[in-house]
Design a protein around this ligand. Structure first.
Ligand code: PMP
Length: 377
């Protein structure tokens, strides 16, 4: 990968360092251990109270029956306003994970390939492989502050490349590509007839406000977004895609034959949450910045890492020759769960820590990281 060759992944079908770490932590908890879950990318904040009330009122008002497979019109209209499209361009999905899965399912055939910059959220790879497609990861370098690599992208694509997944800000690096970088990547994809899936899950909590990605009628860029991160609504399972009308129709058919619709009362919560979008994002950002600074202060000088541009992930690299899994096992023994970098591509010396806990816990975790590093030296 470092020599410009795309890494085609090593995760076995259905296996994933992310979920394995999660299960390990849960098993320890069942035995009575107290585990700080720095392994999960799940905000510890929730939606505004008014939005929760909207869901409660919707339940009390009987909005507990089947609904539109595309999503409630009033919610789609609000989302369309944010993205500059029309309600017809919006499909409500059970989390953006389903949205991305559905886009891949309707775009990919066996033998096609999907490209993405790496480190990458492993779900892209597992989804692509589940459709018999190849996943090609284009490795970025921490030393270059995870900047996009157009040369690597050009080397990775061929006639079989159907999709490019663009995740900015990214999981696990918290890197936000500049507008110029994004335009270059999208322009390149367009020139090769490759559709871009823009996974904007973390865009709302970018430290420098990014604004919602605008719908392009020309097609070519499908947007997937979620209420999970900015509004802390992970368990509510609601997200959406912004796509040309023809693609929306395909996704609606898929919804109809699978989950039918996202519960209407959950959509009521999301609709109300949008009204509080600015405030919620500001508060979430403030929290994230504070926590990132606290972690960086302790880890600086001990580990190499880049400062996050958004959200709550750090993706530090252990010193050369380190045994990452041993390090993470030691950390788990001390009560701190974190994810091996190998779960995000060819980044075995890295690990991901999610800063979704109180500042004091994050500081204690970072202190434990430094202590463990010194012991392992
Ligand atoms: N994209 C990225 C990059 C993510 O990290 C996640 C959640 N971990 C998602 C999409 C999906 O989130 P959800 O399904 O909760 O909307």
């Amino acid at each position: 990968m470092q020599n410009g060759k795309a890494w085609t992944g090593q995760l076995a079908q259905g296996s994933n360092g992310l979920y394995e770490t999660y299960e390990k932590a849960l098993a320890l908890e069942r035995k009575g251990a107290k585990i700080a879950k720095l392994n999960v990318g799940e905000p510890d904040w929730g939606p505004p109270l008014e939005a929760i009330r909207a869901a409660e009122n919707a339940i009390a008002g009987g909005k507990t029956k089947y609904g539109s497979a595309q999503g409630e019109l009033s919610l789609r209209e609000k989302i369309a306003e944010l993205h500059g499209g029309r309600a017809e361009n919006i499909v409500i999905t059970p989390g953006s994970k389903w949205g991305i899965y559905a886009l891949m399912k309707t775009c990919l055939s066996r033998g096609d390939n999907v490209v993405a910059f790496s480190p990458h959220w492993s779900a892209y790879e597992l989804m692509a492989k589940s459709f018999g497609a190849e996943f090609r990861a284009i490795g970025l370098e921490m030393g270059k502050k995870w900047a996009t690599d157009l040369g690597g992208l050009e080397n990775a694509v061929d006639a079989g490349t159907k999709l490019l997944v663009l995740n900015s800000p990214a999981n696990p690096t918290s890197k936000a590509f500049s507008e110029k970088e994004e335009n270059a990547v999208i322009g390149f994809a367009e020139s090769r007839g490759i559709t871009v899936i823009a996974d904007d899950a973390y865009r709302g909590i970018a430290f420098e406000k990014m604004g919602e990605r605008q719908f392009r009628n020309s097609g070519g860029v499908f947007v997937a977004n979620t209420f999970s991160k900015t509004f802390g609504m992970t368990g509510w399972r609601i997200g959406y895609v912004v796509v040309p009308e023809a693609k929306a129709k395909e996704l609606v058919s898929l919804n109809q034959i699978t989950f039918t619709n996202v519960p209407v009362f959950i959509q009521a919560c999301a609709e109300k949450a949008i009204e509080y979008g600015e405030t919620a994002a500001r508060e979430a950002r403030k929290k994230c910045v504070l926590r990132a600074e606290a972690a960086a202060k302790i880890l600086s000088g001990h580990l190499e890492f880049t400062r996050p541009d958004a959200g709550f992930y750090l993706f530090p690299r252990l010193p050369e020759g380190s045994d990452t899994l041993k390090f993470l096992d030691t950390m788990l023994g001390m009560g701190y769960a974190m994810v091996p970098g190998a779960a995000f591509g060819d980044f075995g010396r890295h690990f991901r820590m999610s800063l979704c806990l109180e500042k004091e816990t994050i500081e204690a975790a970072c202190g434990a990281v430094v202590e463990t590093l010194e012991e392992l030296e």
